[in-house]
Design a protein around this ligand. Sequence first.
Ligand SMILES: Cc1ncc(COP(=O)(O)O)c(C=O)c1O
Length: 487
Amino acid sequence: MGRTLVSIDRDSREPVYQQLRKALEHAIATGALDPNRALPSSRELARELGISRNTANTAYQELLAEGFIESRPRRGVFVNPEMVPHMQRQEGGAHGGRDVEWSRHFRGRPDARMPEIAKVTDWHTYPYPFVAGQVDPASFPRLAWTRALRDALEPPHVHYSLRDGIDEDDPMLLEALCREVLPTRGIEVEPDHVLVTLGSQQGLDLLAYTLVTDGDSIGVEDPGYPDARHIFVRAGARIVPYPVDTSGLIPQSSMDDLAMLHVTPSHHSPTNVTLSIGRRKQLLSMADRAELLLVEDDYDSEFRYQGSPTPALKALPGSDRVVYLGTFSKFLAPGLRLGYLVADPELIRELRGQRRYRVRHPSGHTQRAMALFIDGGQYQRTVRRRRTQLQRKWRALREALQEHLPWQVAPPPGGVSIWVDGPAELDGVRLAERALRRGVVIERGDVFFAEPGQHRHHIRLGFAAIGEQSIAPGVARLGETVREVLG
Ligand SMILES: Cc1ncc(COP(=O)(O)O)c(C=O)c1O
């Protein structure tokens, strides 16, 4: 909430608590805050805005006293429904929802207090969008994809585009994945080892709901991918964070007690380091000994800019306990929502059953179009083209960071973002807020950690969505903002 609705100007003469109170008052008066959702606690708000807890508390106390918000025992602080604009209440009434307290009916959200990646949704309107997880529309192979979509509606393909597949996937796409895509990662399997997903995220969700029982411990990298933690915790798991160094996740004997371990071996998320071969072997033998399942999240292995890519963990001997997740989000576009999961056929059958009662299957039309796209050689062509483009952007960003930041940055040669460790006194949250005001979108790094409060000096810069020409001037502005924030 804080990022989008509240912006604090530390140079203003107006006290911060008053700025905060006014911003919240305005948000309530304009109906921007959902009266059915608890507001963040003062501690969360303080952390998100980089202000003291006392300041957040004072603002909340004033709003309570004025009746803008109300405190509900054991549930938190809510916008006072009486203060919600009249129009909005009437709309609720027209749909029969005026007096329904929806939040009472919701299942608990066990991940409610965990940090989330703070996305700037209108990033494309900023001149310097160093966002991660997005792509530049100009680099999307629009003509080839349009042709594939059109051909998928012609016989004989149209049947597979339009049918209800129940729990099946498009057989042509499964074939194409096994023949053209997985072998580039060293994985040689038959189609019964593959499930098509709505992206890696759905793969994680299906695994969590199929394999995790309440209270199971799941190991994750720290720092690591926040969305995986949310998915596992929502499925009832307990998260156990494990540290990462320049050779990736550090194997530890306590991992023997885990039910599952989520790893990003090719390019660790978010630092992009590669898991060493020694550690890969350690993890595999540990998995075997302790009956531990390894989830290999191989979300952007296509993008390595020096040397050759390491084969997947799933390609190594003795990797039966590895479930592999791949995605078309990074090399094509995340909006297509298409990925794949590779595992033993018995697990694949179980996951199909789970998927059937959640989403049935990913769109048949998209699956057939992707099969035709791969079959026509477009997959390999697009990967090569994008790798070259991204390599140029990676170099430009690395050089700009070296020139404009007052400390050393030496990123590993892969991935679609650069992780920056600032000096201990850097407040990355404040920097991200200040940079945004100057048109530079970067990500705060604290949310990737299990203990965000202790890791505020990191930031992440994605380079897939920004145009190459904008990289240097954007980083120059960021450098100026860094000097301001460091004082
Ligand atoms: C670690 C990690 N895994 C997976 C993904 C991709 O998820 P999806 O395939 O659901 O788009 C991302 C994207 O941000 C990621 O950072």
